[in-house]
Design a protein around this ligand. Structure first.
Ligand code: FES
Length: 106
């Protein structure tokens, strides 16, 4: 199990024990974290799972692939640390990963 931390726009903090191999989006949905709609179910086709990766974790989570980059253009209030949470797979190295939810999805 790997711990994931989601910080909602209003500052509410959600700590979740995630199964390795699942995605950051799946764990948010399963635990009713507000702000992750994931309309496409993780197919990288909707951008409603947009999160900001905490600065400390940007390097460890890596860069988005081309398909994710393209879809991110549809997310509002894009930042350098924007990612689609359905494209971040949980691994033991990400224990403590912290992501922030955008205001528009609050
Ligand atoms: S769930 Fe649709 S792009 Fe992530």
């Amino acid at each position: 199990m790997t711990k994931l931390i989601y910080i909602a726009f209003d500052g509410t903090r959600f700590e979740i024990d995630a199964q390795d191999g699942s995605t950051v989006m799946e764990n948010a949905v399963k635990n009713a974290v507000p702000g992750i709609e994931a309309e496409c179910g993780g197919a990288c086709a909707c951008a409603t799972c947009h999160v900001y990766v905490d600065e400390e974790w940007v390097e460890k989570t890596g860069s988005p692939e081309a398909m994710e980059e393209d879809m991110l253009d549809f997310a509002s209030d894009l930042r350098p640390n924007s990612r689609l949470s359905c494209q971040i797979r949980v691994t033991p190295e990400l224990d403590g990963l912290t992501v922030h939810l955008p205001e528009s999805q609050g």
